[in-house]
Structure formats: structure tokens, C-alpha cells
Design a protein around this ligand. Structure first.
Ligand SMILES: NC(=O)c1ccc[n+]([C@@H]2O[C@H](COP(=O)([O-])OP(=O)(O)OC[C@H]3O[C@@H](n4cnc5c(N)ncnc54)[C@H](OP(=O)(O)O)[C@@H]3O)[C@@H](O)[C@H]2O)c1
Length: 206
């Protein structure tokens, strides 16, 4: 794929941080939100060189769709965007902390069976996407989703944040990625390591 165009659905802290990293890396990014004329969002989007549109308007113009809204809102939001995300690369970064599963992969694939769905950008706090340097070591991001078309794009988008993509497997492995969210919360807040905690997968020849 030539450089993909991106729709960032949700302009909270995670959507804004990733949109900024991606415009800095040269991607064309459009926020898809319920209030595209919001003054604060307008100022932010202008500052980072991103566009603004309705949710389905942003999706229609994009190759890749990042879902970065509240996890509990996915039940309502996904059916409303189902036709628009069909056949797109869709990245679920949402965490439904009160739901049966953290991710919404089953919901998305039920409503858009032809979408290529990835689980990524959910297992670390936003600060780790803003700055992926851990005292001289670049952090890793675990992700899950189909091999083949879409994979390279998702890996490039992870790489644009400075993190190294580590594929756990296809979408059936999304729960393993979600286990890292739970680990991240536990280490950051219960064990006091703070929001700058990240992950590194080590390998060697044996
Ligand atoms: N914060 C992090 O460090 C982090 C890291 C990884 C993953 N995540 C996940 O990413 C998601 C967003 O987190 P956040 O911290 O960026 O949240 P946030 O700052 O509260 O922003 C949430 C965004 O979701 C939008 N939204 C809420 N309900 C919606 C609906 N029904 N339809 C369309 N848009 C809706 C809000 O839009 P309005 O302005 O229109 O209400 C807002 O732009 C969550 O699922 C979170 O678990 C967060």
C-alpha cells in the first residue's frame, strides 16, 4: 500500500497523541468525532496538521481506522459505523474495563465481517506513545491481528511511535494482548511503577 490515510475515531488523549505522532511521521490523519467543530479540537488539529470530520466522513476517506473511544461506548458506536469500516484496516485501541472482554474485536467483526481487525495501542498508557524511549531502550508494543495485507501497515504505524511491534498472533490472541493491559495497570498503579512503565520482549539464539 502507498502511504495509507488514517482516521482517528475519538479525540481524547489517546486519539490526540497517536494523531500527533502520525502527522509528525508524515501520514494524512483525520479525526472522526461527534463534534468536529469543537473549538479545542479545531485548535489542536490545526496545530498538528490533522483534519476533522464526522465519524463516518473520516472513515470514508481513510484506509486505516483507529478506534480510540470509550470502551463502554463501542456497543453503540460500532453498529453506526459498520458500513463505513467494512473492508478497511481497523485497529481497536479501546479498553472496555467493565465488559466481558477488554477488546471489541467480536463486536467489530460481527458488524463488519470484511474488515481486517487488529488489537493494538491499548496495552500502554498514552505517555508511552508520546515517548517510547526507556532510558535509551525503545519499548515494544504487543499486537494481534491477521498476517498478510494490513500487517505491514499496522507495524509501520506502531513503529512511527518509536515502539517496536511484536505480533502475538491472529485476532484470536487479542486476549493475550489484553493480559498485558492488566499487567500494565497492576504495575503502574498497584506496584507504583507509574505510567511510564513499558514492556520489552527479549530474544536470543540458543
Ligand atoms: N488514556 C490512555 O492512556 C489509553 C491507553 C490505551 C488505550 N486507551 C483506550 O482508548 C480509549 C480512549 O481513551 P482516552 O483516554 O483517550 O479517553 P478520553 O480522553 O475520555 O476520550 C474519549 C473519546 O471517546 C469519544 N466518545 C465517547 N463516547 C463516544 C461515542 N458513543 N461515539 C463516539 N465517540 C465517543 C469522546 O468523544 P466526545 O468528546 O464526543 O465525548 C472522546 O473523544 C478508551 O477505550 C481507553 O481505554 C486509553
Amino acid at each position: 500500500m502507498t502511504q495509507p490515510t488514517l482516521a482517528v475515531i475519538g479525540a481524547g488523549i489517546i486519539g490526540r497523541t497517536l494523531a500527533r505522532r502520525w502527522t509528525e511521521a508524515g501520514y494524512r490523519v483525520t479525526f472522526g468525532v461527534r463534534s468536529p467543530d469543537d473549538a479545542d479540537l479545531t485548535a489542536y488539529a490545526n496545530r498538528i496538521g490533522a483534519g476533522r470530520d464526522t465519524i463516518n466522513g473520516a472513515i470514508a476517506a481513510a484506509d486505516v481506522v483507529l478506534l480510540a473511544i470509550n470502551g463502554a461506548a463501542m456497543d453503540q458506536a460500532v453498529p453506526a459505523m459498520s458500513a463505513a469500516i467494512e473492508n478497511k484496516i481497523v485497529i481497536d485501541a479501546t479498553n472496555n474495563t467493565g465488559g466481558a472482554t477488554m477488546n471489541s474485536i467480536a463486536l467489530i467483526s460481527e458488524h463488519a465481517p470484511a474488515a481486517r481487525i487488529y488489537r493494538a495501542f491499548n496495552s500502554l498508557g498514552w505517555e508511552n506513545f508520546a515517548d517510547a524511549d526507556y532510558q535509551g531502550v525503545n519499548g515494544d508494543m504487543l499486537y494481534a491481528g491477521p498476517a498478510g495485507p494490513g500487517q505491514e501497515t499496522v507495524e509501520e504505524l506502531i513503529g512511527a511511535t518509536g515502539l517496536r511491534p511484536v505480533r502475538v498472533g491472529d485476532a484470536t490472541k487479542a486476549g493475550i494482548v489484553d493480559d498485558f493491559v492488566k499487567l500494565w495497570f497492576t504495575l503502574a498503579f498497584e506496584q507504583g511503577l507509574g505510567r511510564g512503565v513499558g514492556f520489552k520482549i527479549l530474544t536470543r539464539d540458543i
